[in-house]
Design a protein around this ligand. Structure first.
Ligand SMILES: [Zn+2]
Length: 219
């Protein structure tokens, strides 16, 4: 089997996401660039339950220069949401992993007139600001473009209205942390707003924390 290590990393990540309740059924998908070839990615397959899945079931896709994606290996065809993952991976050379979930609280926070997700605790500041993408049909090139443009050059997470969220990172660990902490941020926001005690970190504290995280990562 080719790209075994990357396929296993994708499989382990999707099982962790299922275990943490970030993914139900076959909603959500995870993708990773292979270290062997930066134009090849491994992604969870379409419509197959994640529990009981093997590394051979993870699809391997070649990203061609003309923008086309070609499924080259794997027992099942790639997720229908492949274009969203490859749009971001193609646009950001430093991004090696992408995670998309329909997790409950992030989805709730993506609704409303002017949704905004602010950090409640210091570790969440690594992943803010969180962008917002308006609803567009899943799997379309249009939603892929919107997610890519909303993340821009530096963004790590965006919410997608009436759909879920999308995270990316230089490693699978960072992309998974982005997903976990964004869902935590959304959950604490929803509960605090329900209780009437919502008080996110100040912009100053958020900036100070981000400077600290950047200095730590630079070491
Ligand atoms: Zn989706």
């Amino acid at each position: 089997m080719n790209y075994e290590k990357t396929r296993q990393t994708v499989l382990d990540a999707i099982l962790e996401a299922v275990e943490k309740g970030l993914i139900n059924g076959t909603s959500g998908n995870i993708c990773m660039r292979t270290p062997e070839d930066p134009t090849i990615v491994c992604i969870t397959p379409s419509g197959v339950p994640y529990t009981g899945m093997t590394a051979e079931d993870i699809a391997v896709v070649k990203m061609h220069e003309d923008g086309k994606n070609e499924w080259i290996e794997g027992n099942y065809k790639p997720s229908s949401e492949l274009p969203m993952h490859t749009a971001v991976i193609r646009n950001r050379p430093e991004v090696n992993a992408t995670v998309h979930t329909h997790s409950m609280y992030a989805t709730i926070c993506a609704m409303g007139e002017n949704p905004e997700l602010r950090p409640i605790t210091p570790p969440q500041c690594e992943f803010t600001p969180v962008g917002i993408v308006s609803f567009t049909m899943p799997g379309s090139d249009e939603v892929a473009d919107k997610v890519k443009n909303t993340l821009g050059d530096k963004g790590l997470v965006c919410l997608i209205k009436n759909h879920g969220m999308f995270s990316c990172g230089k490693s699978m660990k960072q992309a998974m942390h982005a997903t976990i902490y964004t869902e935590e941020m959304a959950q604490t926001t929803v509960i605090a707003k329900t209780l009437g005690t919502y008080e996110p970190m100040s912009k100053e504290a958020e900036k100070a924390m981000q400077d600290l995280i950047a200095a730590d990562q630079a070491v």
